[in-house]
Design a protein around this ligand. Sequence first.
Ligand SMILES: Nc1ncnc2c1ncn2[C@@H]1O[C@H](COP(=O)(O)OP(=O)(O)OP(=O)(O)O)[C@@H](O)[C@H]1O
Length: 620
Amino acid sequence: MGWSQHADAFMELNLRAMVTRLPTLLASSFRLAWRADRRAARTVLAAEVGRGLAQAVSLLAVNSVLGRLMGGGEVADRLREAVPALATVAAVMLVAALLRAASTYATGRLEPKVERVATELYLERAAAVELSAIEDEAFHKLLDTAQWGASSARRMIPIATSVVNAGISLIAAAGVLTVLHPALLPLLVTMTLPSAWSALSIARRRYASYHVWVQHVRASRLISSLLTEPGAAPEIRVHGIGPFLLRHFRAMSEAAEAEQTRLARLEARTGLIAAVWTGLATVATYATLGGLLLAGAMALSVAGTAVIAIRTGSANLNRLVLEVNTLHEEALFVGDLQRLYVEAAERAIPVGGAALPEEPREIRFEDVTFTYPGSDARPALSDLTLSVPLGKIVALVGENGSGKTTLVKLLSGLYAPQRGRILWDGVDAATADRHRLAERIAMVAQDFKRWPFTARVNVAIGRASAPLTDERLNESLGQAGAEDVVADLPRGLDTLLARMFSGGHELSGGQRQRLGIARAAYRRGTILVVDEPTAALDARAELEVFEKIRALSGTGQTVILITHRLASVRHADLVHVLDQGRLVESGTPEELLSKGGVYAELYGLQAGQFAAPVPAPETG
Ligand SMILES: Nc1ncnc2c1ncn2[C@@H]1O[C@H](COP(=O)(O)OP(=O)(O)OP(=O)(O)O)[C@@H](O)[C@H]1O
């Protein structure tokens, strides 16, 4: 998959590749900064270039000061002659300090903006992808790794700034050194190469480890969140699952610790080798400098400047190598983020497409076959041909796993069939404008979302784009029979439905379900899909909800009803019976009952439960 190719690319990254990639990295940091805040980006760049130049001028001025001080003549005269150069050094230091302050301020302003821009883009793209992408394990992994990209992009800003600064300072020091004596430059490079090698090796190992361990980190985070999640809390306590989860958490943490220890050991070894190499190169550098002095090939004042230039140069080269290395490390995470941008754009729900008929009469499935992406099980739907007449109540019936939910997901455009077509009065849904199609659907899914907001928002979120009016809200609550639910809430519609927050309230399963139906009613889609709408309702509430659903269809609304309660299906205009992804029967409830097929059999089983005599208690 994508991410592992990426890791391989990094594994091949050597010093030369790092240097050649540097301009691209700096440019991408600058582009992000430019997008976030142009003025701040300009200020940082100008200030850093200015600071680098100031360093060169300051080195030359120091050279001139040393030359004057070590020249011939009276000490007082020598001092006097050095004054202009000393004044230059002081002025340059002042300018450099001012530039540094400007750069610090602008960088500080840029950083959070860059992170926000990158995060917004991440969330925006992630929210727009197809459901199949969200359910795809590889895409999820990318979502996971890419989430660090935004903070990396933020960190890249000061690092890139530092790289520019160190680079210019280094060029200044190297230029001065070359002027002083050509032999000094290669020595400077030799002194710094070991740290470059060690920093690169360490970063490469850390990154490879991260990519191998990312799944492990995810799983361990999941386990720790299970231990604190309110939904899991009752079962953890009653079934005593806590110690089991803790044991797993500890085992996973210990494995991760062992990996950290391995990395630390390798880091220490690499650092030691680099330190020995640097030490030898430093000795060689100063020995060369001494040799040049002894041979009379270099004046003492020049040697003094050379020592300063070598120290400044090697410090800058070291900093440059470390910063370039960190920049690469962060860039790899930003790379994950950029790959997510690209992949999410490729897997986004397409925009535009054919218009659907204004008032279609039927939605027709023609030889539809669908297998869930990545699944090697039998198709969830096989060669399915059926009609959903609009403006009616259509019930989907069948045993668990027969494909009912899958069918409505396809009808809602959440998935596309691999074979066959779904036609809205002759317009193929595959070519239709998907966003427009979704506009028409209101859905109460089996596992519909409990939003951690107020009751009001929990209903109105059904059509978040519409202005929230009390009239529409009350109408929807009425349509779902949810007025009592709201009346019982401590702060009515303003009650926060999130127990984990102060003032939050928890609804019962049935209350939640009614609010879910109110949300779908609020949406006012022309097709209402209700998947097991009464699973959590008591007998009276169930009757009431079906009554309401029936009333909705009376207003011209299409209702697609999935339920196992066959007594509730008797008001449907049409029933499709599915079995193992295939359509086995279709007709009105009466037709199906008299036919004596699967529907009649299931109906008989349910009715039989009520008719069966209750066994008498044993008497002792
Ligand atoms: N997201 C998914 N990924 C892979 N397979 C899935 C997914 N959802 C459902 N399936 C499989 O597709 C088949 C049909 O499932 P579906 O949920 O449509 O059945 P259903 O008739 O609605 O069942 P139930 O009555 O239990 O709700 C099942 O074999 C199920 O395991």
